[in-house]
Design a protein around this ligand. Sequence first.
Ligand code: GUN
Ligand code: ZN
Length: 439
Amino acid sequence: AGKPRAFRSSILHCLKAPGARGADGLPDGVEYFEDGVLVVENGHVVEVGPAHALLARLGDIEVVDQRGKLILPGFVDGHIHSPQVDVIASYGTQLLDWLERYTFPSEQSFARLEHARETSRFFLDELLRNGTTTAVVFATVHEHSVDALFELAQARQMRLIAGKVLMDRNAPAALTDTAASGEAETRALIERWHGRDRLSIAITPRFAITSTPAQLESAGRLAREFPDVYIQTHVAENHAEIAAVRDLFPDSRSYVDVYDRVGLLRERALYGHCVHLDAADRRRMAQTGAVAVHCPTSNLFLGSGLFDFDAAAADGMAVCVGSDVGGGTSYSMLRTLSESYKIGQLKGTSLSAFDLLHLGTLAGAKALGVADRIGRFVPGAEADFIVIDWAATPVLLRRSGIAQTIEEKLFALVMLGDDRAISACHVLGENRLSPTTAR
Ligand code: GUN
Ligand code: ZN
């Protein structure tokens, strides 16, 4: 700490959503340095630029030579469940059965604080191994599930947004709270954690099926009282789920409207899935600043449906991506983004490699309202970045080696890469993958 360091490598990031192509073939808003340096001091970005010019100016600064590799911003996972570490890859069901058969039983074991701690430790280290430096997390109904997660995230200096799940009906008794207790515990967590280091609280009604109207109203009141606290939930993931919501809330125009009526649509509100929305829902999301979190591996694994990128863009709905582990099948945002690409293919939208990079980094930062701090290398930003090793696997090495442009190389990385391609994961400048700092 204190002394600046220059990380020398190829460097790629999005300064904004990729726009029209320039003469160099790069979209407007995408910045690439074949031989670049990222200058970091006290955990923050000082500047980024071409190696020769910057190193000449900076004199005898310490250089970390990573030439031949690629530096990207750390990934932002917009939707994931910490208590589903042991649920991932459970066979053969769709959403509502999957919740009852696998997820609710597993979440009950978080009643034991020691289990919550051990699982949260595995969870956070797995995120870092995959190059995810910021995540938006559903814990369990237990207040201490958030404490356990945040104590460990704080030790790793990670940026984490999490909430105690609110559930006061249609779940096992051991996993339910009440509107009053859920509100009181969320309030206590806000006081204890919100804004401390890089940690923030999300008001977290699981979904409309497991909250009474009274609990949703309580969540809406909290959202108004604490405008900088996040909101996260699930919406319009699966047809049986949507039918159940229609039965429970016959007066609402749509599933999105259930949340809208109680004031849960606003900026800093992240809605997982958004697979089966209509144009009015998407426009209302856009109008209020709520964000859709696309969860491709989960939507395929649980057979939920195919997210419509074109419709989201046409209606102005903001989108980022999430792994949704354990409904999702990988912690890797590279794998997650490759499935986003394939879903786009099935829906007639071919997302570019740069669109995919943007979805996994800056789009998440924007969804969280922290694009000045993470997701791109602007001066003063927090130095969360990853280092890609092209030689991680024989196939990646061979395919990226014959690629002619950074776009082709990046696309190969997204299609072929996973945790093996992440050779370092820097959080506030420090590599958290080295064995000495991993605890
Ligand atoms: N809807 C309500 N709870 C969940 C969950 O845990 N995972 C997914 N994918 N969808 C949900
Ligand atoms: Zn989820």
